[in-house]
Design a protein around this ligand. Structure first.
Ligand SMILES: Cc1ncc(C[n+]2csc(CCOP(=O)(O)OP(=O)(O)O)c2C)c(N)n1
Ligand SMILES: [Mg+2]
Length: 275
């Protein structure tokens, strides 16, 4: 697709703010930190067709940190999977857009996630299935750094390498924060690159995971490893709440926070560079 990824990131960020601002509360920090990787995947790299959301052999994105649902929904709406007006129904009765990703409710969502650790295992299973089917798909998945404390992540990591799942590209949203505070203080996951390498994965470390050009390069680099016998982990050093200063400044307080529609409007002006 020929598109301006920086503008798309702004559009996605603004729609996240509109959506969560309308509801009044949500996982703002962890939604804003993954915008660049979602933009690169959905607007540049993935073999998908919004008009055929169940297309056989399509690439998959499994957002294992399922609380970033609103970021994925904003991306899907911008990509044309459904009408943007639906975003305003987030987490309300009868919605197709629950706070966490649900494959049975939302067009374009390929796996139900939210119980940390499980989505990653599902991604590994889907990658294995895709290999057995030889359908040519690439499976992408995003995990959180706090999520990486789950034992299930490392069991699945070991299995993916043992089975040579070289159609699997994972991302760690290394924003250094989780619900209770800094990851380094709660239960440090560092050194992440060394851990994934020791588990038999290719590792790519991106210094700034909110620089869309660096993320784009990293995904292209990761794709060179497809078919090479190993899964790949791309570590994205990101900022939780990226794009809106007061939200960034809340630190771990931005994990699931309140926001008024006025605050959301001001945030949108800031993202657009109009503040
Ligand atoms: C198994 C499980 N335990 C606890 C939770 C509640 N929970 C939701 S998000 C979160 C913090 C996750 O931190 P991180 O992975 O760093 O996410 P991010 O910083 O990207 O928002 C927790 C504890 C959950 N969803 N699943
Ligand atoms: Mg985190």
């Amino acid at each position: 697709m020929n598109c301006d990824l920086k503008e798309i990131c702004k559009d996605i960020r603004c729609d996240i703010m509109t959506t969560i601002g309308h509801l009044g509360v949500g996982h703002i920090g962890g939604c804003l930190s993954v915008v660049e990787v979602l933009a690169v995947l959905y607007f540049q790299e993935m073999n998908i067709d919004p008009k055929q959301p169940k297309m056989p052999g399509r690439d998959r994105l499994i957002c294992s940190k399922g609380h970033a649902g609103p970021a994925v929904y904003a991306t899907l709406a911008n990509r044309g999977y459904f009408d943007k007006a639906e975003l305003l129904t987030l987490n309300q009765g009868g919605t197709h857009l629950p706070s966490h990703c649900d494959m049975n409710l939302t067009t374009g969502i390929d796996m139900t996630t939210g119980s940390l650790g499980q989505g990653f295992s599902c991604a590994v299973g889907v990658a294995l299935g895709s290999k057995l089917e030889q359908d040519g798909a690439t499976i992408y998945t995003i995990i959180g750094d706090g999520e990486s404390q789950e034992g299930q992540i490392w069991e699945a990591a070991m299995f993916a390498a043992a089975k040579g799942l070289d159609n699997l590209i994972a991302f760690t949203d290394y924003n250094k924060l989780q619900i209770d505070g800094p990851v380094a203080q709660v239960n440090d996951v560092a050194p992440l690159a060394e851990k994934w390498a020791a588990f038999g994965w290719n590792v790519i470390d991106v210094e700034d995971g909110n620089d869309v050009e660096l993320v784009s390069e990293a995904v292209k680099h990761a794709k060179l490893g497809l078919g090479g016998g190993k899964p790949t982990m791309v570590i994205l050093n990101t900022k939780k709440g990226c794009g809106v200063k007061w939200i960034e400044d809340l630190g771990a307080g931005n994990h699931n926070c309140n926001i008024s529609e006025e605050q959301a409007k001001a945030a949108i002006a800031e993202i657009r560079g109009e503040a």
